[in-house]
Write a protein that binds this ligand. Sequence first.
Ligand code: UDP
Length: 333
Amino acid sequence: MKVLITGGAGYIGSHTAVELLESGYDIVIVDDFSNSSPEAIENIKKITNKDFSFYKCDINSKDALSAVFSHEKIEAVIHFAAYKAVGESCRLPIKYYSNNISGTINLLDVMNEYGCKKIVFSSSATVYGEPEENPMTEDFPLHPFNPYGTTKYIIEEILRDLYRADNEWGISILRYFNPIGAHHSGLIGERPNGIPNNIMPYICLVAKKKLEKLSVFGNDYPTRDGTGVRDYIHVVDLAKGHLKALEYIADKGICDSINLGTGCGYSVLELVNAFSRVNNVEVPYVITERRPGDLAEYYADPSKAEKVLGWKAELGIEDMVKSSWKFISNQQF
Ligand code: UDP
């Protein structure tokens, strides 16, 4: 089966590419390198010792996408290509709505044209907004509260409408919790671009002495140590979830949303302490004000993924902090 991965040079896309290649799939990657680099493509090949087609292509160009579909016999798509910085999405909402939503509409249009009706979509737990309770199940109400989350929500709605209109489509909407970690080879991972917003790349740059100290955003939340609690999931586990999702939609019309998380929450301080202990490296930090828009605590109920996909996260917090550090230690900044 030949699978197109949009955004396949990015953080989650590159790990998914590796898992697909290692499971015997043919893949085609399109990426415009807006938040990734050609090195990731080379490293996917190095890890797997396999070759594949790559197109430097912006999914906002329908002609460029059509050209890919006319050259390759694409049978399914895993769609990652999108802007993902929450803070930037609040400053530049049009950039986010335009790129994320128009790009997806182009992609769906071209897929329809070529009779390719299988898609795994990279959504986010952000679509839920503030939960009334934890753990979060897929039937919780959807109330995103920043433009990035709203783009994911709108695309989910487009996909649900598409399925209502034509139930030959096989659509799997995967709602990720907080992906961290890197491939055990240390060759691919999350390479921060500028000063990171997310916690793990920030911790890594502090440990590497590129940033002075971590700001822990608030220690007065109603959580066990007062700092924010999140469901961190190893990116390799997450990547494997995409293979299961592809199998799930392969031979049927369906549109289903599924959480990918571990079901287990860690606080900011627990994460920092695990990172220092496992990697034997110091992470100086200071407690600061809460970051506007942050929630106290949320974590997944991952039981639907286990039930319908036969998927369960296997790697623990030690693997996550160890592999993140291995990747960043290898990088030049
Ligand atoms: N966080 C922090 N310092 C940072 C970045 C994040 O204390 O420099 C906290 C944040 O308040 C939240 C958790 O780390 O409790 C995860 O934040 P991240 O931005 O990685 O993901 P989010 O859950 O916001 O999508």
